[in-house]
Design a protein around this ligand. Structure first.
Ligand SMILES: Nc1ncnc2c1ncn2[C@@H]1O[C@H](COP(=O)(O)OP(=O)(O)OP(=O)(O)O)[C@@H](O)[C@H]1O
Length: 238
């Protein structure tokens, strides 16, 4: 792994292993995520991305190894200081968008209600709509609203673009770009497809079969291999 002189980790994963029964999800996974950058955690389906991110936010435990996020141990303090976007949402169908936003305001002291309403408006998400009548793309937008409305240093997003139509993907990428362009905030985003999003990556970690295959700054990897991240991904995983 090549390191910029200024590399300062916002999160560290130290030799983490995790099995579900006999299925190995992570095997001695070792990585560091740079502060103030957008890191793409890339891997095919089943490579261990969700498991890793869930361990990092305390939703499941590692069998062995440890994680350090924002220099904190797992616990309630970490839940407050990291905004996590889960791959699968657990919204109640009977709620309206505004009730979901309200609920999140009650859960997190750093939830910016006005910003959530503004983001929802920007994303054409009507706050009086019932969850049951939202399309998959709109549910994806709502997950993003709830995550970005948190005022925290670290945003961890599990497949924020998965299953969305091209229009929603483009839209979400633009919003992410404008939210994080000013810098200072760190983002970890998992994805199994690189197509539209690679220009936003600062740092890349490729995971396969629960192990790190390659990691480094996106520009350095492109230069070193003379390939786009998308093509490099194909080469590494094939
Ligand atoms: N709750 C679970 N019970 C049993 N096996 C699981 C569970 N969660 C994940 N696995 C298995 O662990 C491995 C890693 O899964 P994980 O969901 O972490 O990968 P992923 O890279 O996020 O995949 P995807 O891109 O499909 O979401 C897979 O083989 C998966 O089937």
């Amino acid at each position: 792994m090549e390191l910029k002189e200024t590399f300062k980790p916002i999160a560290k994963v130290n030799s983490v292993s995790k099995k579900y029964g006999r299925t190995v999800a992570l095997q001695d996974a070792e990585m560091e995520f740079p502060e103030g950058e957008l890191t793409a955690l890339i891997g095919p389906n089943g490579s261990g991305k969700s498991t890793l991110l869930k361990i990092m936010v305390g939703l499941t435990y590692a069998d062995t190894g440890s994680v350090e996020v924002l220099g904190l141990k797992l616990g309630i303090q970490l839940k407050e200081q990291v905004a996590f976007l889960p791959e699968i949402d657990h919204f109640y169908d009977w709620m309206k968008v505004e009730q979901v936003i309200d609920f999140h305001r009650s859960q997190f002291s750093n939830f910016n209600y006005d910003k959530a309403v503004e983001l929802a408006r920007d994303m054409n998400l009507k706050t009086d709509t019932r969850i049951s009548s939202l399309s998959k793309g709109m549910r994806g937008r709502l997950k993003l609203v709830l995550t970005l409305a948190r005022d925290v240093k670290l945003y961890i997003m599990d497949e924020p673009l998965s299953g969305l139509d091209p229009q929603s993907k483009g839209y979400i990428l633009e919003i992410l770009n404008s939210e994080f362009a000013a810098g200072g905030k760190s983002v970890i985003l998992s994805t199994h497809e690189v197509i539209e999003s690679e220009k936003f990556y600062d740092y890349v970690i490729m995971l396969e079969n629960g192990q790190v295959r390659l990691q480094g700054y996106a520009d350095a990897l492109r230069d070193e291999h003379n390939l786009s991240i998308q093509d490099l991904t194909r080469e590494v995983f094939n």
